[in-house]
Every structure is written in C-alpha cells, then in structure tokens.
Design a protein around this ligand. Sequence first.
Ligand SMILES: *[C@@H]1O[C@H](CO)[C@@H](O)[C@H](O)[C@H]1NC(C)=O
Length: 299
Amino acid sequence: MGRWRLSRRKLLFLCVLCTSLLLFLHLPTSPHHFSLSPSSTLCLSRFHRISWTHSPPPAWSWAKSENCYFRRFSRKHASELLRGAWILAAGDSQARLVVLALLRLLLDPTEVSTVEPDLFRRHSDYHITLPDRGIKVDFLWAPYESNITWLLRDIQHTRHYPDLLILGSGLWHMLHITNPSLYGTALTEIKQEAVSLLEPSGSLHPHMFWLGLPKLVNSKLNTEEKKEKMTGNMLEAYNWEVKWRGMPKGSSGPFMLLDIGLLTRGCGPLCTLDGMHYDGAVYDAAVNIMLNSMLIESQ
Ligand SMILES: *[C@@H]1O[C@H](CO)[C@@H](O)[C@H](O)[C@H]1NC(C)=O
C-alpha cells in the first residue's frame, strides 16, 4: 500500500467542497477562513463545543463558532481523506467503539452489521481492509498501558508507521489496580515512546490521538466491584494524570486529545446503559473531531 499523505489533491478536493458549501449557503465570510493557520489553534480549542439533543436517538451538532467551519464527514469525504491510510487503534473498549464509529462512517449499514460481531468478539484484535479505497484498519486489544507501550516500541523496531494512531486506556487500570499515580507513571512511559516515534521520521509521522476516559455513571455500573472502585473521585484523579503527565498537545504532549469525557458528559446519563459505554453518537462525534483536526494539522 502506498504511503498515505494528505495530498494536495485531497486538500484541494476538500477545499473546493467547502467553498461550494459556503457559496451555496451564502455565508457572509470568505472561504479561506476554513481552517487556515491564524485560526487553527482557536478552532482546535473549539472542537469539543458540541450540543446534544435526545430525540431519541441522541444526536450532536457543533455549537456555532466564528470562523471555524467544522465539517461533518460523509462516507464519500471520509473515504477521500483516508484513501490509502493505515489506521491503527489500540486500547480498551472505548477505542473499539471509536473504530466501530469510523467503520460506520466508511462502510454501508449492511457491511457494518457483518463486521460488528467480529469486532466485538470479547478481548480480541480486529483487522479489516477496504481494498477499493486502500484503507487498512487494525484494532489491537490493549487494555493496559503497558500493552500500548509495547506496541509503540514494536512500531519503532519495525519502522512500519501507521498514518493514524488512536490510543486510549485507563478503565482496566482503574478497576484492577486503582491507583492514579501508578496510572500516571504508566502514561509517562507511553508518552516517551510516542515522542520518540515522532522524532526520526520527519514529515511522515503519524497523527496521534489519545482517547480521554468516559464519564462514569456510578449507579449504572454493572458490578459491585466497579461501583466501589470506579468512583467520581477516582475518575477525576485519573483524568488529572492524563493532563498532568502531559499527554495532550495542549499540555506539551504528543497527542491530540479526543475528549471522550467531555463528549459523554455532554450526551449525558441517558446515553449509556452500563454507565461506561455510550451511544454511538458520542463516538461518531469523536471521529468527526479527529478527521477535522487532521485537516487542520495537515495545513
Ligand atoms: C497486556 O498487559 C498485561 C499486563 O502486563 C498482560 O498480562 C497481557 O497479556 C497483555 N495483553 C496483551 C493483549 O498484550
């Protein structure tokens, strides 16, 4: 598979698309405001400003934001952006749900219903290629931070770099180890590996995303052990480690944070049955944030 890049052709395609959209809507703004550098940082900080409705089902939309035109990706446009890309996701069930949301965007509904049972085989990896678009998606079951650290070391050894790296873990640590500062130490190791992944390969480095922890609705958690250990205070302490250990770009880290915590709080307790895994709309919003940030980052 050829090395994926957000080529000029792709950018041109998306810009033309955006321009025509703006003209069509007669927006009183010039199209070059779309995600160009002066407003990039500003726009990045507004990605997670999302409003929710519960019709049902839950639905999301971006809050209106001056000069930042985020786009909701259709199958066609997501395929165009990701053509030729190798997407590697590793982590716990939140990462799995993000992969599902991505596949929902890339495949048609009947195809999705055939991949879902395989994708959700408990505690297993999942691989799929979409040959028509040259897209390869790998999900590696990596519930512990050490699993992710090893994966990143492996990538450095093999020098086989994915184009997109989507990582996230913490829930298993919270349940089985229940110690925020040990979690923080483990995050530091992931961060070190991620940073050294960025260094040698110059412009070919992957876009790296870290999935924040979801809001936990304690009363809905499905075991007594979870209710006892996965408390609001514990969640807060774990979230604090992610920032304090400098995982996200905003804290000088290598990862763009996909703030699942913010999205799940926004969607609210109605969006989860087991207090931990949320409605697909949450992960669909995360995928759209991810694709938009790739567009901005690539300029
Ligand atoms: C993840 O790490 C744990 C703890 O080190 C280990 O027991 C487990 O085998 C690893 N799982 C995978 C899928 O690598």
